[in-house]
Design a protein around this ligand. Structure first.
Ligand SMILES: Nc1ncnc2c1ncn2[C@@H]1O[C@H](COP(=O)(O)OP(=O)(O)OP(=O)(O)O)[C@@H](O)[C@H]1O
Ligand SMILES: [Mg+2]
Length: 361
């Protein structure tokens, strides 16, 4: 969980220093004051990614060259760590004042799951958003997946850059392929396994939640059609000349798709807005349930709930609260102080133009 947070030049925050409750925290404030930005800073500290953008530079306060976040993370009294992130031209990470080079060594000190109104795009948006969702879920469970993803992405970027050049050197192109084949094989196996786990968890949630027969399915479509490193290598051999003409790598994890079906209908094509929203909420609950499988993760879990409870009816709200209650620490955002008895014991904060005050109600 997160005990203390200091931010400098992050989004609309110039300099803010905060302490939080171990359990329930409520951020209130009018529209556009910084509630989501604060959740984003917490999520970023846990995952080194934002839940709403892939453009890290957007998080620097407009006009600033860098942002800095420092956070005291605690695993239910077992350990306390000081996590520091400075993001300027380069990214600098520290744990307890020691420099950390690899992102995979930094993340997982906080296990963050964010519920946001934008989650609907996981279901009805483009395939990049689905891959991003699955990548974050698996990275949180498996640092080796995150490392494979980073190494694959770096090699892919270099191979694509070369493919765009006037006459790509085949020898250099080939040099990237063994590492890409090896990592793609790792990534696709993880994705297949996680899709199965997620599907089972979704079916359980839907059965509990809907109390009727709802048929949900996830199909992982591996664009390469293989899980084996050797077969990936063969595919590179076969596709290389076509890739040179296309000026891009045409297969691999970056073109995978995850199809979500509700009652045999592909949701992104045939789902109603209500169905897509509902399924996206259930997917996030499933992600959280899978994460909270171990005691260690429960202690490190931080759940961020941005504006998603307003539309739920009382039965759905009760179910949602039951699921997220299993996590140690939660943060909610509201435009005014909630009156629901669930929030009776919460620490309440008021955010106004990037300034945060603690409210005692
Ligand atoms: N990089 C940035 N630098 C400075 N200000 C920014 C930056 N990015 C966003 N903002 C400002 O932050 C504010 C938005 O904050 P945020 O999204 O956290 O609002 P919110 O309190 O969640 O509002 P809502 O209730 O509408 O969701 C806006 O005023 C926006 O202009
Ligand atoms: Mg917001």
């Amino acid at each position: 969980m997160i005990k203390k947070l200091f931010m400098r030049d992050f989004r609309n925050f110039s300099e803010v220093s905060l302490s939080f409750s171990d359990k329930l925290n409520v951020l209130t404030g009018e529209n556009g004051q910084g509630k989501t930005n604060l959740l984003e800073a917490i999520f970023f500290t846990g995952m080194l990614r934002s839940f709403r953008t892939s453009r890290v530079a957007d998080m620097k306060k407009i006009g600033s060259q860098s942002f800095y976040i420092s956070c005291e993370a605690d695993s239910d009294g077992k350990w306390t760590k000081k996590l520091e992130i400075e993001y300027g031209e380069l990214r600098k990470l520290k744990i307890d004042s020691s420099i950390v080079k690899k992102a995979s060594e930094f993340i997982r000190n906080l296990m963050t799951v964010a519920f946001s109104p934008d989650d609907i795009a996981i279901v009805n948006g483009n395939s990049r958003i689905r891959r991003r969702f699955i990548d974050i879920c698996i990275s949180m469970e498996s640092p080796s997946y995150m490392s494979a993803l980073l190494e694959y992405s770096e090699a892919l970027l270099s191979r694509n850059r070369l493919l765009r050049s006037v006459s790509p050197d085949i020898k250099i192109l080939r040099a990237f392929e063994p590492v890409m084949a090896e990592k793609a094989s790792v990534i696709s196996k993880y994705r297949l396994d996680y899709s199965e786990l997620l599907k089972k968890e979704m079916q359980k949630i839907l059965c509990d939640y809907m109390r009727d027969e709802t048929d949900f399915d996830i199909r992982y479509r591996n664009s390469s059609g293989t899980f084996s490193k050797d077969e990936y290598m063969n595919k590179f051999e076969k596709e290389r000349n076509k890739d040179i003409l296309r000026k891009m790598t045409s297969f691999g994890p970056q073109t995978d798709e995850f199809d979500f079906f509700l009652n045999s209908k592909l949701l992104r094509c045939f789902g109603s807005t209500g169905q897509c929203r509902f399924i996206s909420l259930c997917l996030k609950m499933a992600e959280l349930n899978l994460l909270l499988k171990t005691e260690e993760n429960i202690k490190k879990a931080v759940v961020l709930v941005d504006d998603v409870t307003g539309e739920l009816d009382s039965r759905a709200r009760d179910y949602f609260f039951k699921v997220i209650n299993r996590a140690g620490q939660t943060f909610f955002t509201f435009t005014s102080v909630p009156t629901d008895k669930y929030f009776k014991e919460a620490s309440i904060y008021k955010i106004n133009s990037g300034r945060v005050a603690s409210l005692y109600v």
